[in-house]
Design a protein around this ligand. Structure first.
Ligand SMILES: Nc1ncnc2c1ncn2[C@@H]1O[C@H](COP(=O)(O)OP(=O)(O)OP(=O)(O)O)[C@@H](O)[C@H]1O
Ligand SMILES: [Mg+2]
Length: 263
């Protein structure tokens, strides 16, 4: 048995949860055309935790939406669980998303008229299933929102809302979790707790995690960091440590952004 663990080594050693083949996404046309994703090929193995990092506007959210089947590529293919999603009917694609995928949106996407608990139970409600209340309480406790479950989103802080969105994505025990800046609104302690939960989901439960983050310390929780720049993968770092991610991000920064010291 080969002991291949590097990001690109032993190409088919681990089964893929999600694969992208030369995926492109453009908005508008002619002079107004924006290339958000410029032709990305990537393989996300089952049970691994991948961070996607890169400057603002580099195409991270667009890529995540394409990988999760929430958006359709202009060209190229996305394969989830071995199925080319462009060949699935709308119903089959929604079933796949509902049953296999958890998504944590950059803007949380909570329903304002539902309480935190009802928002978290939504994946179950939509499936016509009884929510797993014990599991939900457990996740809420781990995320420190157990005393906010009766509150509506507008009665909560940004960080609390973000944790509700996280709990909703995790409650259904999805095979693949896509997370867009899941620690963006969290303090250091809450961020660490959430990252430890995501790490654990991959390491102990074999769930596949793909997380967009701008935080090199968050990326260091992952098995692998993909650096995206101008809609392309600029680097693929196995076992990322924060300083390496910072260095690659600085190398790939545009000269116009060179005054980043002012942060
Ligand atoms: N619906 C849209 N219509 C037109 N252009 C879009 C649309 N969505 C995204 N874009 C453009 O595509 C590019 C990539 O956007 P995207 O949201 O993927 O970036 P990002 O890397 O997630 O940025 P951030 O770190 O700021 O969230 C940007 O130039 C953006 O303006
Ligand atoms: Mg984004």
């Amino acid at each position: 048995m080969t002991d291949t663990w590097g990001a690109n080594s032993g190409l088919d050693a681990y089964p893929a949860a999600v694969e992208a083949f030369d995926v492109r996404k453009t908005y508008g046309s002619g002079v107004a055309e924006t290339v958000a994703v410029a032709g990305i090929t990537a393989r996300f193995e089952k049970g691994r935790f991948t961070a996607i990092v890169g400057p603002s506007g580099s195409g991270k959210t667009t890529l995540l939406h394409l990988l999760a089947g929430l958006d359709t590529p202009t060209s190229g293919r996305v394969v989830i669980d071995g199925a080319d999603i462009s060949t699935l009917s709308d119903d089959a694609l929604s079933d796949l998303r509902r049953d296999r995928i958890g998504f944590i949106f950059q803007d949380f996407n909570l329903l304002p008229y539902l309480t935190a608990e009802q928002n978290i139970e939504l994946p179950f409600t939509l499936r016509g299933r009884q929510p797993d209340r014990q599991a939900i309480r457990g996740i809420a406790r781990e995320l420190g929102i157990e005393n906010r479950l009766d509150h509506k989103p507008q009665e909560m802080s940004g960080g609390q809302r973000q944790r509700v969105a996280v709990a909703r994505a995790l409650a259904g025990n999805p095979a693949v979790v896509f997370a867009d800046e899941p620690t963006g609104a969290l303090d250091v302690k809450s961020s660490r707790q959430l990252l430890a939960i995501l790490r654990d989901m991959a390491s102990r439960r074999g769930q596949t995690i793909v997380m967009v983050t701008h935080d090199p310390n968050a990326a260091a929780y992952a098995d692998r960091a993909l650096v995206v720049r101008d809609g392309l993968i600029a680097a693929d770092i196995a076992h990322p440590v924060a300083v390496d991610v910072v260095r690659v991000l600085e190398q790939s920064a545009e000269p116009a952004n060179a005054e980043a010291g002012a942060r």
